[in-house]
Design a protein around this ligand. Structure first.
Ligand code: SAM
Length: 201
């Protein structure tokens, strides 16, 4: 059954990005592969995506971003397509998991800080993009043995411990996957980036 807005009761418009064969119920699916359940066939490495600004209440980007060539440009499109107050749910492997490297179609191997340029704590690199998101939540899943030993709880409960884990522990206490929830901030922009080379003199 399609999800609905709790305040208006109207059906939410959901885009399942890189939907694969198990498209989210009630959503519009896009994928490059015709053998999937996609409603729209498109290459997510080509921009812009074929929808108007702020078309969707929800975007689901489940185990897809690691397949795309340009993470920042794709995130800019997710920002453009999501209405104010909407949500982008993004799931991707943690780079220390077996699944991150066993799939040769993965172009990126990410950690829980890989989307920081879109947020407030951008490490001084916020100028890479004008598309900004509020990171509503980030949840790490760890390999079962570490979950049973309580590391998953610590990583998720204490942001400073998560940073410590990323820096010092994660090659041993290995991660599995990451679940992010983002809200787009500011106007819908399709910024693109300046050309790689610009002659100033
Ligand atoms: C690991 S599957 C995930 C499928 C689905 N989201 C799920 O969770 O079951 C990755 C999906 O991304 C799609 N994909 C990869 N690169 C793509 C691209 N450049 N444009 C559109 N879809 C792409 C693949 O065809 C595949 O269906």
């Amino acid at each position: 059954m399609p999800s609905s807005d709790s305040t208006t009761g109207s059906a939410l418009k959901i885009l399942d990005v890189g939907c694969g064969v198990n498209k989210y119920s009630g959503s519009i699916g896009i994928d490059i592969n015709r053998a999937t359940a996609a409603d729209v066939i498109c290459d997510l490495d080509h921009f812009p995506y074929p929808f108007a600004d702020r078309t969707f209440d929800r975007l689901r980007v489940i185990h897809v971003i690691e397949h795309l060539t340009d993470v920042i440009r794709a995130m800019e499109e997710f920002h453009r397509l999501t209405r104010p107050g909407g949500r982008v749910r993004l799931e991707t492997p943690h780079y220390t998991d077996f699944s991150s490297f066993c799939d040769p179609t993965h172009k990126h191997h990410l950690n829980s800080f890989s989307f920081r340029y879109f947020g407030a704590n951008d490490a001084g690199f916020g100028y890479y993009t004008t598309a900004k998101f509020r990171e509503i939540s980030v949840r790490l899943r760890l390999l079962s043995v570490w979950r049973w030993l309580g590391f998953e709880f610590l990583v998720n409960a204490f942001p400073r411990f998560r940073r410590f884990w990323e820096h010092y522990l994660c090659y041993v206490v290995r991660g599995k996957s990451m679940e992010f929830e983002f809200e787009p901030l500011g106007p819908a922009v399709s910024p693109g980036r300046p050309p790689a080379v610009s002659a100033t003199r």
